[in-house]
Design a protein around this ligand. Structure first.
Ligand code: PEP
Length: 249
């Protein structure tokens, strides 16, 4: 069956010292959690100090973004090869903040997914609609097109390394969460689409996380849904206590 993943996206928070303290607080709190995979996704600057702390722990390391080239004249960018070298197991690709504020296109995201997989890193590929798109009844068109464009040209083998994260943009950092039923409907839609693009076998094995104001108070209801396989947690992952409560949903 599908093994859930609870991943904490720290966004642009925490100095290296703060990151180390958070991980030192977190690891003892989650050390007995064997029911799911766990990951923290610090900013680039903290990856190399957090990596040795996570070695031999039950918590994996992820990065928040990467370029699609191995190296080159791309000032300010970080390559997937560099992330692999640091021991990153995951990288978020297409987070709505990257799509919205940094204008990352579907074409770029598609290249990034392929590049991350090539370097042995599992992409956490984020998809989700804006509030006005949901209200205009465009959920399926928008999310469907993000999935199709992001996965264009990826083989079934490549797809098997991808983790999907459905994150309705109106629920990210706003305190508004999709109800478990709304999230379930969206996840079911995505899983159906994967079955059309690949096969039911692949769709049934695909991990689809929910993200958007996940907290210790709402994780249980979300995880009770049959198509929700974990969570991508922003704000509530910054505090070790609150993230550990989510891990122990
Ligand atoms: C996120 O950063 O992916 C996220 C879902 O943030 P938050 O949990 O703060 O809404």
């Amino acid at each position: 069956m599908r093994r859930p993943l609870i991943a904490g996206n720290w966004k642009m928070y925490k100095t290296t010292t703060e990151a180390v303290v958070t991980v030192q607080q977190l690891l003892p709190l989650i050390k007995n959690a064997a029911h799911c995979d766990i990951a923290v996704i610090p900013p680039f600057t903290a990856l190399s100090v957090v990596a040795p702390l996570l070695r031999d722990s039950n918590c994996g390391l992820g990065a928040q973004n990467c370029h699609y080239e191995k190296e080159g004249a791309f000032t300010g960018e970080i390559s997937p090869a560099m992330l692999a070298d640091l021991g990153c197991r995951y990288v978020t690709i297409g987070h709505s903040e990257r799509r919205q504020y940094f204008k990352e296109s579907d074409e770029w995201l598609n290249k990034k997914l392929k590049a991350a997989i090539h370097y042995g890193i599992s992409p956490i590929f984020c998809i989700g609609e804006l509030l006005e798109q949901r209200e205009a009844g465009q959920f399926q068109t928008v999310v469907g097109s993000q999935v199709r464009a992001g996965l264009a040209g990826l083989t079934g083998e490549e797809f098997s390394h991808i983790i999907l994260a459905y994150e309705p943009v109106w629920a990210i950092g706003t305190g508004r969460t999709a109800t478990p039923e709304m999230a379930q409907q969206a996840h079911q839609f995505v899983r159906n689409l994967i079955s059309q693009l690949y096969s039911w076998d692949q769709a049934n094995r695909a991990i689809i996380l929910y993200g958007g104001s996940v907290k210790p108070e709402n994780i249980t209801g979300l995880m009770a849904q049959p198509d929700i396989d974990g969570a991508l947690v922003g704000g509530a992952s910054l505090d070790a206590q609150s993230f550990s409560r989510i891990v122990k949903y």
